[in-house]
Design a protein around this ligand. Sequence first.
Ligand code: F6R
Length: 607
Amino acid sequence: MCGIIGYVGYRRASPVLLDGLRRLEYRGYDSAGLAVLEDQDLTLYRRVGRVAELAGAVPEKQEGHVGVGHTRWATHGGVTKENAHPHLDGTGRIAVVHNGIIENASELRGRLERDGVVFHSETDTEVLPHLIRAFYKGDPVAAVRQALLRVNGTYGIAVVFVDHPDMIVAARNGSPMVIGLGDDETLIASDTQALVRYTRRVIYLGDGEIARIDADGVQTVLLSGASTAKEVEQIDHEWGVSEKGDFDHFMQKEIHEQPESIRRCTRGRVVLEQGNAKLGGLDLSPRDLLGISAVEMLACGTSYHAALVGCMAVERLARVPAVAHIASEYRHRNPLLQRDAIFFAVSQSGETADTLGAVREVQLKGGEVLGIVNVVGSSIARACGRGTYVHSGPELAVASTKAFTSQVTALLTFSLLLARTRQISRNVGKDMAEDLLGVPEMVSRYLANQGPIVEAAHAIKDARYALFMGRGFSWPVAMEGALKLKEVAYVPCEAYPAGEMKHGPIAMLEQDTPVVVVMPNDHVREKTLSNVQEVKARGARVIMIHSEGDTEAAEQSDLSIAVPRVHDLISPLVTVIPLQLLAYHVGVLRGCDIDKPRNLAKSVTVE
Ligand code: F6R
């Protein structure tokens, strides 16, 4: 969950490292630090708090051209300067930054302490510099390799040595590391966002690989010592540097990017003339598709909500049984796999440890998992080997918005593909394709006329509790709306299927409790409307997301927010937008740190 950056080249390292840390800050933001090699010495800067605090502590005149930096999301040890990375060995000549968890840290620490090593932090990471020192005989790669052979757990690390002032050693096992190749400069980072300003030519480090990085490039070896050949890849345009531009926050910007991100997700994939879809990355022939007996999805958080929508679409359109699993639960229940079921791992970051663990469990049991992933080259994409990138581009706000709509779009596209091998005709497929291709226009139309969102935000901002409800496709949307509100505005709330509300949560309603109802014009609209009467009778204040032209819905609401009228299957792509905006505005009114909510981090690489 932490961010790592390293630089070796002709520029002054510290501005590059600080710029990289600012771009990685969404991955963890409780403390930050950097180490720079200069004049046969290693200078360390660490601060609790944001990268801005650290930047204030690094002198302008810092001249070193090699260094590593880190932004932390605490796991082992509290948020203190001592626990911030980089960590040093006892001589202060080796510095390490680390992302991941060293599972046998306490055992290693005990052994090192018995050998006289003094520790200065509570972190698991600190065993690494001491262990590397213990094996260092002049060859930095060999020392790192020997140390890592003693380590269990996950890591992405970057190490600098005073004795080798022109290079960085990096290694990876389960935590992302990407190397950027420039002209006379090389960078290493946990995320391409920190590199793209300098280069688009990258190498993805694999699990169990160690890299020796200098200004001329990189050499890689396996933990076994055998050297490896790496492919240089080019980062796509959509993964360019992301700036806020005219927006106040990345979340707001990313909400407004959705017409374009949804369009990118369907481009070249939804084929109107054939009423069909093409998802080449899945590598499934029509015969393979016909043989699928069930679809199962693995995901967490927002991606799980997208998976729920995807499963409903698969069942409705293709009439194939589909189920979404919360990945953090899935693998611990020793799951039973159905023969000929196909699995999807749905993940924005592609690094979520719980989802990756579930993927491995399915693979171990002989199942086939395909990735529905945003971040190119990420661990889940690589573990699956096949799948579909959703092409949202960088999502820097911790609260996910545009990735959700892209995931839903990709899963709807898959549903169309699957359905065409079974029960829907070209004409029905064409209607669906037309609807899908029309979504960006519908989302733009809504964004241009958002309705009384700010008033609705005022109605929620001081609430002790808020309830979200919806039926059918709108139930996962309600769950997503409640999750967003918790994350960015910290308002206690929950989401229920509208029909289930009377089985418990209705007891929570008091005079003026805000109830957000998602009720597009679908086959369960009438039933939801009855539930609206029930909450109104208890004094609730109804904020209704409904289809344009539904005057009855508007009349039954205290605040009515109309979205374009679309096919039921597609409705989550438009009804979720006002809920994202609502959470955003409540967060702003409550003075919350929108893009970096408390306690959260963007990619959750611990279980
Ligand atoms: C919510 C959010 C999280 C993620 C979850 C899974 O706004 O961002 O709930 O959806 O941590 O992350 P990915 O999709 O990266 O696997």
